[in-house]
Design a protein around this ligand. Structure first.
Ligand code: PLP
Length: 419
């Protein structure tokens, strides 16, 4: 108990490199103007595509004294329970377009599926490492287009996550170690077997595909901006986004920096304390991406990455204002708040990685130990806060353990007093 009490509720660092005076030269290379429209155009053609909902938690906003809390609910993305498919599908599309040598126009999905195109492309096999959700998205997209797929997962990946990938006909290989070990293993095996890797993380010499993955995520952002505009809101004032390798956070931060420049929302990146590689990179403050080691044992399975994606870091280094490192109980609390909301608010099904930003934001707004951070973030009654519920119930056994059985409870010293 003494140990916990002396440890702060969550650790944070302010990024002094993300200012107006800090141009982000990587942005035009990684998220060039016009690319969001191209990604959206592809996604609109996918079977079952519709915008995922943007939900207002106005009761919660009132309770904690902020202007609004908006949740982009990716648990309702194409029946895949996560935003991840947006990246994998766009990367496969761009890869195939390049392979076909088409530069001057976009391809339709119908064209891609045609016998003529298939004959030109021949037999391809896509491969990737995953914590679960990215692999599921890649397997889905490969199946839609009729290609083979091999997905590498690490040894702690739940059976449910593996089955969800196999359901799309992919072969799943389980690798000893962590997600980062699975990445290294798939790199090696893909070279031997002639598979094409569709990775959401980058490494030196391998940037195009993870860049297309990031670009694919911007479909979510153009949807959000349309949905907010429909509510009379030009832009959020604050965004909290969770990170594993950082591709999602970079897509979100880069998108808003590109759209609004200096008047972009305050951007906060949230990670598990046992896999906080971006937080650590920012904390060291040298502009270099840093890896963290260890077994990365967190309930936030989708965020359990020790190596940041270098191209994502290039953006975050200049476009993210705060980095948080959170214990698991923060994610568990977020799941429960989403599942049992304030009266009148919609309930949201949110998995561990999806929910962490909600409870982290609530603690910053409400907890006395974080008031300095709240001030620095300029969070207050006029704030319009955007969160992304990046996954639904992707691991039903663990979901029940948290939501039904109360595992990872909030430690006594961080509970709010009864009023
Ligand atoms: C549910 C969920 N949220 C967030 C992320 C983080 O995305 P990234 O690895 O691009 O930082 C992931 C990654 O797999 C995820 O599965």
């Amino acid at each position: 108990m003494a140990d916990l009490a002396s440890k702060p509720l969550l650790d944070w660092v302010e990024n002094s490199r993300a200012g107006v005076s800090s141009p982000c030269t990587a942005l035009t290379r990684l998220l060039p103007p016009g690319i969001t429209g191209i990604a959206r155009q592809l996604h609109r053609q996918l079977d079952g595509y519709r915008m995922s909902p943007l939900k207002s938690l106005s009761g919660l906003a009132q309770l904690i004294g902020v202007g609004g809390v908006w949740v982009k609910d990716e648990s309702q993305r194409l029946s895949l329970d996560s935003f991840k498919v947006l990246g994998g599908s766009f990367a496969i599309y761009q890869f195939l377009r390049k392979r076909l040598g088409i530069r001057d126009r976009e391809l339709t999905v119908t064209e891609l599926k045609s016998e003529k195109t298939r004959a030109q492309l021949g037999d391809l096999c896509f491969a990737t490492a995953t914590d679960g959700n990215h692999g599921r998205g890649v397997a889905w997209a490969a199946k839609q287009l009729g290609f083979r797929c091999v997905i590498y997962v690490h040894e702690r990946t739940s059976r449910a996550r593996i089955k969800a990938i196999e359901a799309f006909g992919a072969q799943v290989k389980v690798v000893a170690g962590t997600y980062d070990d699975a990445v290294r293993m798939v790199m090696r095996d893909a070279a031997t077997n002639g598979w094409q890797i569709i990775s959401d993380t980058s490494w030196p010499g391998y940037e195009d595909i993870p860049c297309w993955v990031m670009q694919g995520y911007t479909t979510m952002m153009t949807e959000i901006q349309e949905q907010l505009a429909g509510q009379g809101i030009a832009r959020p004032t604050h965004v909290f986004v969770q990170a594993g390798v950082g591709a999602l956070a970079a897509a979100v931060a880069g998108y808003y920096r590109g759209l609004f420049g200096d008047s972009r929302p305050v951007m906060t990146v949230v990670e598990p304390d046992r896999a906080a590689c971006l937080y650590e990179s920012a904390r060291q403050g040298t502009g270099q991406a840093r890896s963290v080691g260890g077994d990365l044992d967190t309930i936030m399975a989708g965020l359990a990455c020790g190596d940041p994606s270098p191209i994502a870091w290039e953006i975050l280094d200049h476009c993210a204002d705060f980095f948080l490192s959170c214990p698991d109980f923060v994610a568990a609390k977020g799941m429960r708040v989403y599942a049992v909301p304030v009266s009148g608010d919609p309930f949201i099904v949110s998995g561990e990685s999806g929910a962490v930003t909600l409870a982290a934001m609530m603690y910053i707004v409400e907890h006395e130990s974080l008031q300095d951070l709240k001030r620095r973030m300029k969070l207050g009654p006029d704030s319009q806060i955007l969160l992304i519920n990046t996954e639904g119930n992707t691991d039903p056994g663990h979901f029940r353990r948290v939501v039904w059985e109360g595992s990872d409870p909030v430690p006594q010293e961080y509970r709010f007093p009864l009023v």
